[in-house]
Design a protein around this ligand. Structure first.
Ligand SMILES: [Zn+2]
Length: 185
């Protein structure tokens, strides 16, 4: 399920990423905060999460110790487990079809995937973000009324998520917190 994405997923991921850029262009990189773009189109529920790396690793560079490497491995596995991070309305019968996570300039160093970046390595003082895209397919999309975001439970470093929702009927924004982790529509 988590192997190389099919072309349609890539198209959706790029589409979602472009939405994220437009919707959250003004969102600064603030530790503890993240952004979420949720789009429902037909049977597809597409979710794009963007977050400072500090929220999931506790640092924004390559790991230096075995403990840090273990933490990174576990966090990446958790990020790819979209069904544990996002719970759509149960009646909609949604299944996770694909998930992909990208770590910008640190992607190769953190995952071993792709090519090593050329040129100078990233300076230690720079901030770094991750982008994660998830695609669910829902058997009964008409029953889709909410999304419980368990990112707060899995990654306690996240304490606020600015969420944007787009369906064929409405667009809305919401601020999610550990006390109010549910997006409704
Ligand atoms: Zn940062």
């Amino acid at each position: 399920m988590y192997s190389l994405p099919s072309r349609p997923l890539f198209a959706i991921a790029v589409f979602a990423a472009s939405i994220a850029c437009q919707a959250h262009a003004a969102e600064p990189h603030v530790h503890g905060q993240a952004t979420l773009d949720v789009a429902v189109e037909g049977q597809v529920l597409a979710i794009a999460l963007a977050s400072p790396l500090d929220n999931v690793f506790g640092f924004e560079r390559l790991p230096r110790t075995d403990a840090e490497r273990a933490r990174v491995r576990q966090a990446i596995a958790s990020l790819r487990d979209g069904a544990a991070l996002f719970l759509p309305s149960p009646d909609a019968d949604c299944r996770l079809e694909a998930a992909q996570v990208h770590f910008g300039a640190l992607h190769h160093g953190l995952t071993g995937e792709g090519e090593a970046p050329r040129g100078k390595p990233q300076a230690e003082h720079q901030h770094a973000d991750l982008d994660a895209d998830y695609r669910f397919r829902c058997a009964r999309p008409e029953a889709l009324r909410s999304l419980e975001v368990r990112v707060f439970r899995v990654f306690p470093g996240v304490n606020r998520i600015a969420a944007q929702l787009a369906t064929d009927k409405r667009q809305a924004g919401a601020t999610l917190t550990p006390a109010q982790p549910r997006l409704r529509w």
